[in-house]
Design a protein around this ligand. Structure first.
Ligand SMILES: NC(=O)c1ccc[n+]([C@@H]2O[C@H](COP(=O)([O-])OP(=O)(O)OC[C@H]3O[C@@H](n4cnc5c(N)ncnc54)[C@H](OP(=O)(O)O)[C@@H]3O)[C@@H](O)[C@H]2O)c1
Length: 305
């Protein structure tokens, strides 16, 4: 099968190549998915699981990409809950070959049925950003109706989902980003926008929840904005500062079939818009991930037309 592979961590996305790889087999409780569309997060080339298996053994050349939409083509021994021919979408395992390929082997529990009226490219854009937003808000952030929330990178893949889910749940949402992100963030539903290049973050005052996708100095300064009892949720690594009278949580997104169902239902009934900036064929994937070609929103790879 054709797949994007990486062999050299130092090379980043520039080291990606399109290559022939053996088709994966379904191990126990796996399905093999004939991939129709696939998503990739640039940050994953810094994650250990991209380069080694769970025992730390080198597993290069490895196939990146951890979100997909496609059709089940084989079941492993003992696999329940999904069937051959079923449309599915979801998150693939961090320490196994991923989804920028014509076929991917994935644990069945990491996938959910993809309704027939949802396009594969839309399905592939939802697992990482949708699940991360859901878990950061409702699981780790313990969000409650009426709270105020500061969403960093509100025009980005995760931030745009956080903004929409938080608004639907009854939050007052302040978004941040670059000056050029203002209109996009407003379109996704932020009620105020802070341009991190020229506005002062400290002018925001107090909020109940900060959802940080940026980290570093922005994350550090955000801790001081959190009201007593509030939470700093970050997906950008361990927080460098903690709220004086609140919680700081950093987490890595996990697969969850029920939450995928919640996210895709919102897309079907128009409550949630995906943030796809670019759709390209597998032949053009390597070029599309080159940093100089980067577009705003998620880049989705159409593996089959
Ligand atoms: N822990 C987890 O489970 C998890 C899950 C998903 C994602 N992540 C990580 O979270 C990060 C965000 O993911 P994403 O998919 O939302 O990325 P994205 O689509 O690139 O969104 C990030 C947004 O933040 C903006 N931004 C970044 N740095 C900024 C700065 N210093 N000032 C102003 N705006 C800034 C970006 O603008 P520009 O594009 O102009 O820089 C972009 O609009 C990535 O590092 C990703 O690897 C972690």
């Amino acid at each position: 099968m054709r797949a994007v592979v990486v062999t050299d961590q130092a090379a980043g996305t520039v080291g990606m190549t399109l290559a022939e790889r053996p088709e994966p087999e379904a191990a126990g409780n796996d399905v093999v998915v004939r991939v129709h569309a696939s998503g990739f997060t640039p940050g994953e080339l810094t994650w250990p699981g991209t380069w080694t298996d769970r025992l730390g053994r080198d597993r290069t050349p490895s196939i990146p990409g951890h979100e997909l939409a496609g059709v089940v083509s084989a079941l492993g021994y003992g696999t329940r809950g999904l069937s051959v021919g079923q449309r599915v979408f979801g998150l693939s395992d961090w320490t196994r070959d991923g989804t920028l390929a014509e076929y991917a082997a994935v644990e069945a529990r990491n996938l959910a049925p993809l309704p027939g009226d949802v396009d594969f490219t839309v399905g592939a854009s939802l697992p990482i950003s949708g699940l991360t937003a859901w878990q950061g808000l409702f699981v780790h952030g313990r969000f409650q109706v009426g709270q105020s929330i500061l969403v960093h990178g509100a025009a980005g893949g995760v931030g745009s989902m956080v903004t929409q889910l938080a608004r639907e749940a009854g939050a007052y949402v302040i978004g941040t980003g670059r000056a050029s992100d203002r209109q996009m963030a407003l379109d996704f539903g932020v009620q105020e926008f802070v341009d991190l290049d020229s506005d002062s973050l400290e002018d925001v005052g107090g909020v109940d929840l900060v959802f940080d996708v940026i980290g570093g100095d922005i994350g550090k300064r955000s801790a001081g904005l959190i009201r007593a009892g509030g939470t700093l949720v970050t997906i950008a690594g361990p927080p460098e500062a903690r709220p004086a009278e609140g919680l700081a949580v950093d987490f890595v997104v996990e697969a969850d079939r029920a939450q995928l169902g919640e996210v895709v239902q919102r897309v079907r009934d128009g409550r949630l818009q995906t943030n796809i900036g670019n759709v390209v064929d597998l032949d053009d994937a390597v070029a599309a991930f080159n940093p100089t070609q980067r577009v705003k929103g998620k880049t989705i790879i159409r593996v089959r037309s």
